[in-house]
Design a protein around this ligand. Structure first.
Ligand code: NDP
Length: 288
């Protein structure tokens, strides 16, 4: 990919032919309407076009309100419309077909955004039959226009193989997993990429836990960027879609400005070698 391709206006094509933004704003643990408005208005104003929420985060309502208030505000200098924004949300638990259909409808209602652009099974928990049953609900919701794109999150190779072997009507477009230099998940990400499943990287900033690591700070110095920009660029150069979270305006802007940070192959390898399988939150990729 050309260097200039790594910007907030860049997109990546998914397997149903549509595209999703290459860098998106994460909103895990962002709560309160004022904080959400501030983060979302800053992000959309800076050029972000995707927001990653979840039923679990209990902030779909705040995200929806913030997007809608941005669209009708003077901050909307690019005259964006609802269809220019990618709203992602996720199913909290794989309980049943009908519970999934209900959750999808509730997420749409909560957000007030009319439909969901990208809907993910948040985790593989619940066992094989529940996963496949809930995926059928996602397929039907896509058929009814409630969802544009379906995907999964925290699925390991065996969960993906099982879903692909079930001859689904819709192949998952995305697998969203924790990925950063300290947890590279290279086997899983290679598998996804081989199958044409886009890898979304959650926790791309390692939750701020390794900003002062000597390799990170020395490479950030070398490329005259911040540690966060280095981490985001690492993600992009591996072909992932990073979802950096911030509620701090200057960081939101900084995290989207990575087009001129080009990490050389030799330094990419140095970063890859930092892998320590660091799990910052949860790792359900090996569950039954
Ligand atoms: P991140 O790796 O994105 O790190 C977020 C932390 O980094 C915050 O404390 C933030 O602080 C800080 N930060 C942001 N920008 C900078 C910067 N430029 N310099 C220094 N510090 C910075 O962690 P998340 O776990 O939030 O992951 C990102 C997103 O991925 C989530 O918000 C969510 O959307 C998704 N996710 C998905 C999961 C899943 O299971 N599918 C699980 C976890 C996350 P501050 O906000 O104060 O600026």
């Amino acid at each position: 990919m050309a260097q200039s391709a790594y910007s907030l206006s860049s997109t990546v094509k998914v397997n149903n032919g549509s595209s999703i933004p290459l860098i998106q704003l994460g909103v895990y643990m962002v709560s309160g309407q004022e904080t959400m408005n501030h983060a979302v208005h800053t992000a959309l104003g800076a050029g972000y076009r995707g927001i990653d929420s979840a039923e679990w985060y209990q902030n779909e309502r705040e995200v929806g309100r913030a997007v809608r208030s941005f669209l009708s505000s003077p901050d909307n200098k690019a005259s964006l419309r609802r269809e220019d924004i990618e709203f992602t949300t996720k199913l909290k638990s794989n309980i049943s077909y009908s519970a999934t259909r209900k959750s999808i409808k509730r997420s749409i209602e909560e957000s007030g955004l009319g439909y969901i652009d990208l809907y993910l099974l948040h985790s593989p928990y619940g066992g094989k039959s529940k996963r496949l049953e809930c995926w059928r609900a996602v397929e039907d919701a896509i058929g009814e226009g409630e969802i544009k794109i379906g995907g999964v999150s925290n699925f390991g190779i065996k969960h993906l193989e099982e879903l692909l072997a079930s001859t689904p009507r819709v192949t998952p477009a995305v697998n969203q997993v924790e990925i950063h230099p300290f947890n590279t998940q290279s086997k899983l990400s290679k598998f996804c990429q081989k199958k044409g499943i886009v890898v979304q990287a959650w926790g791309p900033l390692v939750r701020g836990m390794r900003m002062e690591h000597h390799t990170i700070s020395s490479l950030a110095k070398k490329y005259t960027c911040s540690p966060a920009q280095l981490l985001i660029r690492w993600s992009l150069q591996h072909g992932y879609v990073p979802l950096p979270k911030s509620v701090t305006p200057h960081r939101i802007i900084e995290n989207g400005q990575v087009h001129d940070v080009e990490i050389e192959a030799f330094d990419m390898e140095k970063l890859d070698a930092l892998d320590e399988h660091l799990v910052t939150d949860w790792d359900p990729t090996n569950t039954d």
